[in-house]
Write a protein that binds this ligand. Structure first.
Ligand code: B12
Length: 476
């Protein structure tokens, strides 16, 4: 089939992010024999018009959209992308009015609310979870008019007013779903442009997340068990990106890189063995982390970690379902200092069991670890089918499933008044603490300038430096 694959993401904070998921599925569709052309709305001044022109120029036989984000997951400065997606699909419908061309939806944002979004965005079909297997199967079935049963993660409409039909996603139906495709064809989207404007390319070493943080969607999106890529395959992909695209800076997009530790170590050792000279950052959990692994990561080019701290007070940590203790956390921070490995903590305030006392304790404990940077959020973004959702539903925060079409945030009762101010007054006197939901950390123009001069690391590295310190809270 002649497929037009659209990446709908236009968010540029903290950087424009190369649409890796869309590249994976586009590549799979191509390898299955379909013709795939892409449109990346990140770079379009007028997305509906550009799509209209593309469709007029060459009418496709199917259109597939990749939706990465629903919103910026920040409160109270929430940016909801759904209205723009609605407009987008509406204009696609208009452009395709006289045809039978199906519109297929997918991506992490879609996968979080598949039944609601299929209807809300007026798609014909959707795929929840991974699309590499399902999209080619769906295209083939549509092309030949064959049965749609058994396509993993397929979402389709029934009659008017009836709920959408959902098949379980790939990682739930196929116990041998151990392998991820070796590497996607990144030429489907303009990788050099992303690297120029975002500093880094992205790469995945595994899928799945077995941790049980109560608010988190990762097990829903990727499955609750690890599916690992061979270290050699990851190194092949890095090597190719170095050789062919001259890229040496990466973000590893795994839910957490350091688990399981043997796999993280194997990847690092392969990078070292091949002397790849790459620089990379990743998400890390203190759970099960050792100083030795951090040290190997650093030797293999890791130049900063984003630590999924969330909280540093035992009660609040239990409320979020964290798998490590405060002492694990402070020990991790100490190892990072000893190894001169920059650390950015991400913190989530206002979860179940949080009190102003626990907020202050977290602030003090994290500050005492001398972090390079801290990104703190007030309010926990509630996603359906997570333990946080059960709590939010039982407390009447969510009354019906459709309420999830607007971003929902949980804030422990009693904290609504004081939380933002407490965080703000603490952060103001420390230039390396940012609160993206409360005060925008930097302007897009600053981000652009930094990337234009060739800065390749995540921007939180710069927060420790004086010119930023002064700027963060001045522009409120
Ligand atoms: C790594 C990551 C980041 C990194 C990205 C670094 C980089 N250079 O790539 C950083 C830290 C920068 C980041 C930032 C943000 N992120 Co983020 N991020 C992730 C994470 C962990 C992995 C994303 C990824 O690359 N996955 C690997 C690819 C291969 O998977 P994929 O994109 O899902 O694609 C697969 C399927 O979705 C499907 N698919 C994709 N497209 C299509 C299309 C069709 C047609 C079909 C059929 C299937 C399909 O098949 C693909 C292959 O299997 C996800 C959570 C997760 N586990 O998915 C959150 C996630 C995507 N991020 C999220 C958010 C909110 C953000 C931010 C808005 C703010 C924030 N709080 O961090 C920003 C936005 C950045 C931007 N410019 O868009 C949310 C989105 C949900 C929401 N509320 O909207 C997620 C889901 C996390 C969460 N909270 O649940 N993020």
């Amino acid at each position: 089939m002649d497929l037009l694959l659209i990446s709908a993401n236009r968010e540029t904070f903290p950087d424009p992010v190369y649409p890796l998921g869309a590249a994976y599925v586009g590549d799979a569709a191509r390898k299955a024999g379909h013709q795939v052309r892409t449109k990346d709305l990140m770079w379009e001044a007028d997305p509906p018009r550009s799509l209209l022109e593309e469709i007029r120029r060459r009418p496709p036989e199917a259109v597939a959209l990749s939706f990465r984000n629903l919103d910026n997951a920040a409160w109270p400065l929430t940016r909801n992308y759904l209205p723009s997606y609605r407009l987008l699909v509406r204009s696609l419908r208009k452009a395709l009015a006289s045809t039978e061309t199906p519109i297929i939806l997918g991506g992490s944002a879609f996968s979080l609310l598949p039944d609601l979004l299929l209807e809300e965005l007026d798609g014909d079909y959707g795929v929840t979870g991974e699309g590499e297997k399902s999209l080619p199967l769906l295209l083939e079935a549509l092309e030949h008019g064959s049965s749609l049963d058994g396509i993993p993660g397929l979402v389709r409409r029934q009659g008017p007013g009836e709920p959408a039909l959902l098949n379980p996603p790939f990682f739930r139906t196929d116990p041998s779903a151990g392998m991820i495709r070796p590497a996607p064809d990144r030429s489907l989207f303009d990788l050099p442009r992303y690297v120029r404007s975002g500093g880094m390319a992205n790469i995945q070493t595994k899928r799945g997340c077995p941790f049980h943080c109560k608010y988190c969607t990762y097990p829903l999106l990727e499955g609750g068990t690890f599916r690992l890529r061979a270290a050699g395959e990851v190194a092949d992909e890095l090597e190719e990106l170095v050789r062919k695209d001259k890229i040496r800076s990466f973000f590893i997009v795994d839910s957490v890189f350091n688990a399981p530790p043997e796999h993280a170590e194997a990847v690092c050792e392969e990078v070292l063995r091949r002397n790849l000279k790459v620089r990379w950052s990743c998400y890390v959990t203190p759970a099960g982390l050792t100083r030795n692994l951090l040290s190997i990561m650093k030797q293999a080019g890791c130049d900063g970690i984003e630590l999924g701290t969330d909280s540093a007070e035992q009660g609040a940590m239990a409320g979020l379902g964290k798998s490590f203790s405060v002492s694990h956390l402070t020990e991790t921070a100490r190892w990072c200092r000893e190894l001169s490995l920059p650390v950015c903590h991400t913190l989530l305030f206002g979860g179940p069991g949080e009190t102003l006392r626990s907020v202050r304790e977290t602030l003090r404990t994290v500050d005492d670890t001398a972090p390079t940077a801290v990104v703190a959020m007030a309010g926990i973004r509630v996603y359906p089918d997570t333990p946080m959702a059960t709590l939010a539903e039982s407390r009447g925060l969510v009354k019906k499933r459709r309420d999830y079409l607007d971003p929902v945030f949980y804030i422990e009762p009693g904290l609504e008044e004081d939380l933002s101010e407490t965080l703000l007054s603490f952060a103001k006197s420390r230039g390396n603490w940012v609160l993206p939901g409360i005060s925008i950390p930097y302007k897009p123009i600053t981000q652009k300038l930094i990337r234009r001069i060739g800065y390749k690391k995540p921007l939180w590295h710069l927060l420790a430096h004086a010119p930023f310190k002064d700027r963060i809270y001045r522009d409120r």
